[in-house]
Design a protein around this ligand. Structure first.
Ligand code: GSH
Length: 220
């Protein structure tokens, strides 16, 4: 087995890469990085000084691949499987990348801004930034609601990389601003994502760590 994924089972961008690996039953070794452990943190930073996971190591090709979208592109290119996560057609591939960016930048990162602010000391909250992030998230929900009224998956009938990104982004965002009755099509889409065996497995594996999430509504 040549692939190692440096990850944490609670981290949303790691979920995205794990979903891609599980979708195609790609063999890999999961390497849990505990950033709270000084030794583990130092070795991870020595490998990738940006200190962000997921990070993929491929011994067969002797390379290191950071960034969740690039990891999925790399897997699609070098370890393709039954699910074409990046379509062959150039226009469809570009549209898939746009939707992948949308979920990462406007849903996942907005959600993370709200959640990580809850971990800050009482005198260091960024109320303005959190309020902006919540506004961005609501705008993203409204745009998605229109799209998901007529689509099964983010790109239509075919499951792609954009759905890998959507899964953890919407799962955690739904805890920050519930989709409930206001965005029924997006809520139904999240349910479909959660019923997909790849994401079901990721959530099952994250279960023992979910209590670590900062849930108190310090930003409400
Ligand atoms: N753009 C990166 C983002 C990766 C990222 O933000 N990872 C978070 C976990 S979801 C992380 O490594 N956090 C650790 C830290 O910030 O110290 C990607 O798509 O992989």
């Amino acid at each position: 087995m040549s692939l190692t994924l440096y990850m944490h089972p609670l981290a949303s961008f790691c979920h995205k890469a794990l979903i891609a690996l599980y979708e195609n039953d790609t063999p890999f070794h999961p390497y849990l990085v505990d950033l709270a452990d000084p030794e583990a943190r130092a070795s991870f930073y020595a490998l990738w000084p940006m200190g962000r996971f997921p990070l993929l190591r491929d011994d067969a090709r002797d390379c290191l691949v950071p960034e969740s979208s690039i990891i999925i592109e790399y897997l699609a290119q070098h370890y393709p499987g039954k699910v074409a996560l990046v379509p062959q057609d150039a226009d469809l591939a570009r549209e898939t990348r746009l939707r992948d960016r949308f979920f990462d930048l406007y849903v996942n990162e907005a959600m993370q801004k709200v959640v990580t602010d809850r971990l800050r000391p009482a005198d260091a909250h960024d109320h303005y930034g959190v309020s902006e992030a919540r506004h961005r998230l609501r705008t993203a929900y409204d745009l998605l609601e229109k799209d998901m009224a007529t689509r099964t998956w983010a790109m239509g009938d075919n499951y792609t990389m954009a759905d890998c990104s959507a899964s953890p982004a919407l799962f955690y965002a739904n805890m920050v601003i519930p989709l409930d009755e206001s965005h029924p099509h997006t809520a139904a889409y999240l349910l479909r994502l959660m019923q997909r065996p790849s994401f079901e497995r990721v959530l099952r594996e994250a279960q023992p760590y979910l209590h670590m999430l900062p849930r108190e509504a310090a930003d409400a």
